[in-house]
Design a protein around this ligand. Structure first.
Ligand code: ADP
Length: 201
């Protein structure tokens, strides 16, 4: 157990999930912000109950799960509703991430957050690791994975912190423009570094 937390981030398609899974293979506990943000609005959760109280049951699917598309529509053009939702969910997501990190069984844990810097969550971690690739490769890999258009990927890239900004704020950078096996070696080196850092804290 450790209190040492590495914040892992990178733009869409950079390889965050791939890198996170390689650390997990080495026994590192992962906490994924995307998963946590779904858990806090799961069926039966306090988060979902509060959303239904506020927006009414039309925000639910027939299954009783949150209708994400309907919710997106309700907040899309209404900044007041968007703020209401953020002030409900952001503290819940943060608390749940911290609770899961506290239960980590490895010497250090990794918090995977696509918008780590954008949402100020770098404040929760001891150091940051940015997965870096060129926008061209980012576009290609995302299109191959999600079957979306180049334009859609570029819009998402534009909505995220810039490559330069992320690199400037990173404690460590992992270049993922090579092969998966090259990536594995880089992860192994960083793993040793983090084990040493965790040992000192
Ligand atoms: P993110 O989680 O940052 O969006 P992913 O880890 O899902 O990115 O990677 C995006 C896509 O690129 C996935 O389909 C993944 O399998 C692939 N990928 C990741 N790293 C490499 C690599 N080094 N070589 C080839 N393909 C890769």
């Amino acid at each position: 157990m450790s209190n040492f937390i590495v914040g892992l981030t990178g733009g869409i398609g950079s390889g965050k999930t791939t890198v996170a899974n390689l650390f997990a293979e080495l026994g590192v506990t992962l906490v994924d912000a995307d998963i946590v943000s779904r858990e806090v609005v799961a069926k039966g959760s306090t988060g979902l109950n509060k959303i239904v109280e506020h927006f009414g049951s039309s925000i639910l699917l027939p299954t009783g799960d949150l209708d994400r598309a309907a919710l997106r529509e309700r907040i899309f053009s209404n900044s007041q509703e968007r703020e209401w939702l953020n002030s409900l969910l952001h503290p819940m997501i943060r608390e749940e991430m911290l609770a899961q990190l506290k239960k980590a069984t490895s010497p250090y844990a990794i918090l995977v957050v696509p918008l780590l810097f954008e949402n100020g969550l770098d404040r929760l971690v001891n150091c940051t690791l940015v997965v870096d690739i060129s926008p061209a490769l980012q576009t290609k890999r995302t299109m191959d994975r999600d079957s979306v258009s180049a334009e859609q990927v570029q819009n998402i890239i534009a909505s995220q912190a810039s490559r330069a900004d992320k690199l400037a704020r990173a404690d460590d950078v992992i270049d993922n423009q090579g092969t998966i096996s090259a990536l594995k070696s880089k992860v192994a080196l960083l793993h040793n570094k983090y084990l040493k850092l965790a040992d000192r804290t």
